[in-house]
Design a protein around this ligand. Structure first.
Ligand code: MG
Ligand code: MG
Length: 274
């Protein structure tokens, strides 16, 4: 059952989403060669606590940390390690926070120092596919339209779209109906309706779409061990159109300050690449 949210609930969810956004902004400042994922995790834990919020992933299904940090071939659900990040790595940082009983859940994939042109293109296309999917979140469309937009853009580049893990409804639970696959057929699936709040999160692999799970029973990796990227936003449907509750502004400002490529995008800017 889809739990539709009223405007009051959507504003509460914006608060939760933006706690995550600011957490990712802090992480963006710190990501560089030599830093360990565990150090980033500690930072996120402290910041979320300082906001009077609760880390959403810590203890969820037994997950041991505040952040999921998935390095290089890891797709999602990576457990933060004490192994230093290296120049050329890419890391997906996925963060959850609960405030006023509502979850925020969003993610960004960062470049560690200078990365290859191939990796940079993967990040750009995955981020574009997120916005192209969000642009389909309009009353009159269906969940399949969203998946179709993401899948088409990624596959046009020869990338693999992960099938086994999907986006989801979000609210007082982290995973609500409906499921939001990053693939699909136009005109299929549940209707997009006002009051839906969805976490849309394309997971795009440089090579095969197939995945494996590591022995830690959490970390998902690409089966061919090529790089994988992951971007996630929380979006409400308001008056027929998408209202992105989370923001990459903090991340993009931090990246720009460091002289890194902020890859700024918006629904307006991707309108020309669909
Ligand atoms: Mg997430
Ligand atoms: Mg999610």
């Amino acid at each position: 059952m889809v739990h539709l949210k009223n405007s009051e609930e959507i504003e509460l969810m914006r608060i939760s989403a933006q706690i995550v956004s600011r957490t990712l902004g802090l992480i963006a400042e710190k990501v560089e060669p030599g830093v360990t994922p565990l150090e980033l995790d500690k930072l996120a834990f402290e910041y979320i606590k300082d906001q009077g919020a609760v880390p959403g992933f810590l203890g969820f299904g037994g997950f041991p940390n505040t952040l999921c940090i998935s390095v290089n071939e890891a797709v999602v659900h990576g457990i933060p390690s004490s192994k230093s990040l290296e120049e050329g790595d890419i890391i997906s940082v996925d963060c959850g926070a609960i405030k006023n009983d509502y979850y925020g859940d969003h993610a960004y994939t960062f470049a560690v120092g200078d990365i290859s042109a191939e990796a940079e293109n993967l990040l750009r296309v995955t981020k574009e596919s997120l916005y192209l999917g969000i642009d389909q979140m309009r009353v009159g469309k269906r969940i399949g339209d969203l998946g179709f937009a993401i899948q088409t853009h990624a596959e046009n580049q020869g990338y693999g779209v992960v099938r086994e893990l999907v986006g989801h409804g979000l609210g007082k639970s982290m995973h609500e109906d409906p499921q939001v696959p990053n693939y699909g057929k136009r005109g299929r699936g549940k209707k997009i309706t006002n009051g839906m709040v969805l976490a849309v999160e394309p997971m795009i692999n440089l090579g095969t779409k197939d995945i494996l799970m590591l022995d830690d029973d959490w970390t998902i990796i690409s089966a061919d061990r090529k790089y994988s990227a992951h971007f996630e936003h929380d979006i409400a449907i308001v008056e027929g159109s998408p209202d992105i509750l989370s923001t990459f502004d903090y991340v993009e400002d931090a990246l720009e300050k460091k002289g890194a490529n902020p890859m700024r995008m918006s629904l307006e800017s991707i309108a020309t690449i669909g």
